[in-house]
Design a protein around this ligand. Sequence first.
Ligand SMILES: [Zn+2]
Length: 336
Amino acid sequence: MAKSFRKLKRKAQKALKAVQNIGAGALLAAVFICIFWPAMGTGVDLPFGGPEEWLDRALDVTGLAPASGVQLPESGPFVCALDVGQGDAVLVGDSGHFALIDTGTPAAAEEMIAALDDLGVDRLEVLVLTHPHEDHIGGASRLLEEIPVEWMVLPDVDLCPELSSYTYEKLLVQANMQEIPGAVPSTGDSFALGGSTLSVVGTGLAGAKDYNQISLAVRFDGPGLSFLATGDAEEALELALVASGVSLRADVFKAGHHGSDTSNSAALLAAVLPKVVLVSCGADNDYGHPHQGPLARFGMVGAQVLRTDEQGILLVTPREDGAGLTTAVSRESEAA
Ligand SMILES: [Zn+2]
């Protein structure tokens, strides 16, 4: 009940946003809120459907439902980069089974949770935290409060003994209190998600001086779709991954470190040979991500580049006829 009330509240907040932005549709949303707000969370049945149904209708009229305009396939594998500004949060799944790789910053947490809601994600079988930087684990605390997580795949912070992260330590305490199990994985560990598999292909560099270099690398393989994510792994870790001999070849690659020139080396890209690269970064971010070098290298391997800063939520699915991939985005790039 508490969760469904929160869901209703978020939908109502969206309708209120419409009040601020849109004329006639806004009025309609406001009327529905006035009528149904008192009934929310009480379990009282209202005529012609419950408050959630009515709010959905109001949001449809105002053009705000679903917020993203991106819909996950009912069956089969997909990769979906959420729009979390300067951070990473990539959802993968198959037929109602979901895993999230990283959780964005604390500032983007509410939007990330709302996006998961809109996409119909009410449970995560696996949450992968690639490394303990704020732009990857910052949204995790709120996420754990809102969405049940069955297993957490955690970075090996012992590889980086000189560093510590208060946010990460606090998160582990929270996960422990919520009795959410998890562990540092070994290369080769895998998780079934419907007819697809999420597996760990790299666990970081020993003696790393920076958390980026302990980034977990994971791949997701389903019928007609494969995906590789290396967190914020920089070149030395990328080269170690290539040298390890694990299979890195993938249809879709999440650009390393938000498209930084210190990552996305030619050697890694030659091993991955992606058809699509997803760049997760914030608009006008302070780091200048994505850098020109990686963008040129993505072009050299013939990959299509999609960017969260320009196109919002990014979705890749296999084509129904099995010949290639289909992409969808939540907003059109101004440059397009
Ligand atoms: Zn990062």
